[in-house]
Design a protein. Structure first.
Length: 278
């Protein structure tokens, strides 16, 4: 019966389409994020709570912010959680990202050996601190990976009118924050770190905080969905669930409750929405 055959064929196509859709959106969300959220242990606390509340499993790709944004720009992930506002704004302006919201903040800190050869301890001006390190020829380990931390470090050198590239005391590692902290400890060097990752590595590295508190060291984190109009295959449904949860009262409280060695290292933004770009 030709009519029945065509009906069965049509039904098979519909079933296959539904199966593909179910596979693509079966509660598996790809998130690119900075190494600080991973190395600090924050995600190990947050994501199980989110998964329990929604049934959505999050596959984490922890890289520098620059690489995380590029994964979003190429449609290789569904959502990004990062901390470099300039890169975030460019991602939204390009049409690659939408629904950006502030999530939390902490601060950057300069850390180094207890001996503090550049005599930074007690200073409050990060630009003067960078200048003092350069004048002292004190060894400095840079992330060198276009992460949020790396972008901020480069901005500090620029503000101090210093080009550290090629200097014998300056090492560009191209590594994540935890690895750079270990490297700084081994080489009796300084580095710029986010406070959360430093807290998680402080005991094993023995590095001291030598400069903190400058308002220019403020470090906000934002979450951005990849635009489904640009990449129809991305899991926008579950990306939205994560954005809504992490900026909701339960998500923000989970951030506030997270501590490293008894110290709060991330501070919730309590759901302030900025530059959605929708």
């Amino acid at each position: 019966m030709p009519g029945l055959s065509r009906t069965l064929q049509f039904s098979a196509v519909i079933c296959l389409t539904l199966a593909i859709a179910t596979t693509a959106y079966a509660g598996d969300l790809r998130m690119a994020t900075t190494t600080s959220t991973e190395n600090s242990g924050l995600l190990k606390v947050l994501l199980p709570k989110f998964e329990a509340a929604t049934g959505v499993h999050v596959h984490v790709i922890a890289v520098g912010t620059g690489k995380a944004v590029k994964l979003g720009e190429s449609g290789d992930v569904d959502v990004v959680l990062v901390h470099a506002r300039q890169l975030e704004d460019a991602f939204v302006a390009s049409g690659g990202g939408i629904d950006r919201r502030d999530v939390m903040y902490n601060d950057f800190i300069l850390v180094g050996p207890a001996a503090d050869p550049a005599h930074l301890r007690g200073q409050k001006d990060v630009i003067q601190g960078m200048d003092a390190m350069a004048r002292a020829g004190a060894k400095f380990i840079s992330r060198g990976d276009n992460s949020g931390t790396d972008v901020m470090e480069k901005a500090y050198w620029k503000a101090a009118n210093i080009d550290p590239k090629g200097k014998p005391w300056y090492i560009s590692a191209g590594l994540g924050m935890g690895e750079v902290l270990n490297m700084a400890a081994q080489m009796n060097a300084y580095t710029l770190s986010d406070r959360a990752t430093y807290g998680a590595y402080r005991a094993k590295t023995g590095l001291d905080i030598v400069l903190a508190g400058d308002t220019r060291m403020f470090n906000p984190y934002g979450i951005i969905a990849v635009n489904p109009k640009k990449y129809p295959g991305i899991n926008y449904t579950d990306a939205t669930k994560l954005i809504e949860w992490i900026t909701s009262s339960p998500g923000q409280q989970a951030i506030a409750d997270f501590k490293v060695n008894g110290e709060q290292v991330f501070f919730p933004d309590y759901g302030k929405t900025v530059a959605s770009g929708k």
